[in-house]
Design a protein around this ligand. Structure first.
Ligand SMILES: N[C@@H](CCC[C@H](N)C(=O)O)C(=O)O
Length: 273
């Protein structure tokens, strides 16, 4: 069976988007970790950081399933939520494993209400109790991080120069540390102005990406909690900037661009479940 897909990206964080809703032109599309990983593979498949499957929802306008490049199904993806919000247009309620999101399409992108930030050690989750705003842990020169769950788990290190950190080396070590029973997305952030951060992210299940929307939400919320910046926060990622607004007790509003790259088809038989 031939499956139609779109290739999209948010600040260079790229996605295969498969619309598997009735009337989409595709029938129901079965997805597994093996099929998602094979499609995401850049040399032998189509290639992407995340694979997105849109399905009907009984509670929202659409259900969005998110698979990392390694095939793992995860709870949240900020950049893909903007891409889907832009694709569907208008105002959309989007059901994800991480919670119910609300997107509003803008010219060239979307604003997304990403829901609340959760700070409890068991909500992130961590393996044992500790202060999640000043964590008494470290990996070589990366020390004293903060953690938050913004739909998915993030740990963020505030450093003098985010670009000077070898995240390709330390990222996978921290991602898979037993402190994080569900693994973790790893950010390094520098304060570059009163409301400005520079951020790089080692994504769980992917590696270094050009941008991570939930990573930007996590870094902004944690920098605000530590009073390193005032909001709204402009987070500069390797692929470009995102605007993040949050107040304690409220939900996170992320605004930024998304883009369509091309459309194509693949044959399900070439990507076994
Ligand atoms: N690229 C994303 C995050 C995707 C999921 C993440 N790798 C995880 O495993 O939680 C974004 O834009 O937020």
């Amino acid at each position: 069976m031939s499956v139609a897909f779109r290739k999209m990206h948010g600040l260079g964080n790229d996605f295969i988007v498969i619309d598997a809703r009735p009337l989409s032109g595709n029938g129901p599309v079965a997805m597994s970790a093996a099929r998602a990983a094979a499609l995401a593979e850049r040399r032998t498949g189509i290639g992407c950081d995340q694979l997105i499957v849109l399905e009907p929802s009984t509670e929202a306008d659409v259900r969005m399933r998110i698979f990392n490049a390694d095939g793992s199904e995860v709870e949240a993806c900020g950049n893909a939520t903007r891409a889907v919000g832009m694709l569907l247009g208008g105002a959309q309620r989007i059901e994800t494993l991480g919670g119910m999101l609300a997107s509003t399409a803008t010219a060239g992108g979307a604003s997304v209400d990403m829901g609340p930030a959760r700070f409890g050690w068991d909500e992130i989750p961590l393996a044992y109790a500790m202060d999640t705003l000043h964590m008494p842990v470290g990996w070589e020169e990366l020390e004293n991080p903060a953690a938050v769950n913004v739909g998915n788990p993030h740990v963020v290190f505030f450093v003098p120069d985010a670009d000077a950190v070898d995240l390709a080396r330390l990222g996978p070590v921290i991602e898979t540390d037993p402190l994080f029973p569900e693994k973790v997305n790893v950010g390094v952030a520098s304060v570059t102005g009163p409301s400005h951060l520079r951020l790089s992210v080692w994504e769980r299940g992917v590696g270094l990406t050009r941008a991570c929307g939930t990573g930007a939400c996590a870094a902004a919320v944690l920098a605000l909690r530590r009073r390193l910046v005032t909001g709204p926060v402009r987070v500069e990622l390797p692929g470009g900037p995102l605007e993040i607004a949050w107040e304690p007790g409220g939900t996170i509003l992320m605004t930024g661009p998304a883009a369509f790259s091309f459309a194509g088809t693949f044959d399900e038989d070439d990507y076994p479940l």
